[in-house]
Design a protein around this ligand. Sequence first.
Ligand SMILES: *Cc1c(COP(=O)(O)O)cnc(C)c1O
Length: 400
Amino acid sequence: MKPYLKTTPNADGFFGEFGGAMLPPPLIPHFAEIAAAYEKLSKSAEFMNDLRYIRKHFQGRPTPISHLKNLSEIAGGAQIYAKREDLNHTGAHKLNHCMAEGLLAKHMGKTKLIAETGAGQHGVALATAAAYFGMECEIHMGAVDMAKEAPNVTRMKLLGAEVVAVTEGAQTLKEAVDSAFGSYVAQADHALFGIGSVVGPHPFPMMVRDFQKVVGIESREQFLDMTGELPDVIAACVGGGSNAMGLFSGFFDDEGVEISGVEPGGTSSKLGDHAATLTYGQPGDIHGFRTKLLVDDQGEPAPVNTLASGLDYPGVGPEHAYLQETGRVNYTTADDKEALKAFYDLSRHEGIIPALESAHALAFAMREAKNYKGKSILINLSGRGDKDLDYVTETYGFGA
Ligand SMILES: *Cc1c(COP(=O)(O)O)cnc(C)c1O
């Protein structure tokens, strides 16, 4: 059998019926240029060597795997392990693809990175890459989000980025995407668009997956080294789906390894109360690609709700929609309450304060552990929780 990653997606960027590139005409040549450049560079030894150097000497890779002994005991069943992407420079997995996008821009002769950001995490990671490569950076952010996420706006500005306040419509992520694309079209001769997850038109879902797969490759080697075996179950939280694709990519061809994606269940299964796209959504098109979506009864992207702002998206990467359909990955949810409990438990019993996003993957492991006695579960701890401290403690206190 051919290795999974070599055969997916097809040449047009389709994962089964999902993915592709449905672009307005002015964007078509620019995405074709990106696809052609990536096709060439992904086979270039110089590009890969540059990327390896950056990962080791700037990002601090490889990140370790930690055995969560105390939590395993509390959960009572499987041994739980965590891949520590919280220890990546800037505190999350996002830098893995942002540094690679910066390097791609540099090899393409571009001098500027442009993107939108919701909660600001992607903006900070891309601004970090721009600073490293000596490039300009322009981040579009809804004015409402800017007020909510002021520390990230400060970080982006310190890193030298121009933060463009978007004041159209609801002044949040959707309007920021439109604004950023508009600005990119006008500057595409010298700028690269930096997408923040395994979403968007081809080649981004494939490219961002490839840039994140270092997480899975390291994990497989490290886990074998630690335990002499592969994990029985691996799991990651799914917003757009990049940290999940990163971890999963190391294990697709290991048939004995069960793979789970954990979506944010929010406060209930009612539309508007969660952001669990694969669990409750339906096929549809958004931002230039086909995937599964949460839509309202008018067919418009539905409002979503989760206490983890990084999982707050009514769509999902097209490859996840495909992997759900083939059955290779099981998708399930963890709700706000479970994630919050996991956040407190990991802090108190293991000395690791996780991002609320990552706490969803841990909540899954804590819940499922008793069904996997004598087995092992490896989760991707996608980021650290510093950004969530004020919100959690001011809203919920310090835990039971
Ligand atoms: C942004 C973010 C996520 C969600 O993004 P994916 O593309 O689904 O990985 C998860 N965890 C952290 C820490 C994040 O910052």
